[in-house]
Design a protein around this ligand. Sequence first.
Ligand SMILES: [Zn+2]
Length: 184
Amino acid sequence: MKCPSCGAIDDRVIDSRLGKDSTVIRRRRQCLSCKKRFTTYERIEEILPYVIKKDGRREAFDRTKIVEGMRRACQKRSVSVDKIEAVADSIEHELLEMPEKEISVTHIGERVMKALQQLDDVAYVRFASVYRSFRDIQEFMDELKELYDTRKAREQRRSEDESLKENEESQDPPRSRNVHDSCS
Ligand SMILES: [Zn+2]
């Protein structure tokens, strides 16, 4: 491995260590010429589809862009770095399993938005406003309203479920009525 200090290619490995998730090996190396130390990372080569940008250009998939985008959106919100990393991981895994050789950046953005929507409303709206670059305030308000409605519907459904459960628990099963209709 070419030494980053002097350019010599002979070195020796002084330490090898498996990374936290066991998918990467970190090696400390020492240059035999200048004795400087440097680190290399070894991981399995994975074939990810190319990302097609909005202007049509292709670029290699870059996981750090997803993480960075999410981190910006999650600033001062209670979303842990672990959760952000987990989202990036799951998107990366999905892409690895796709048969397509190319994927639109829009697809990835939508996927991130979906994940953020589950994690944090504010982060979601922040990300969406940057990502979709809302043309005007109306578009932004529509998005907010949609978010609010979904949330409200979800809460309503939850409370209905709960009251249903309570009813089931408190009410005795009907005895004489509808005996003929039921199968029992
Ligand atoms: Zn060197």
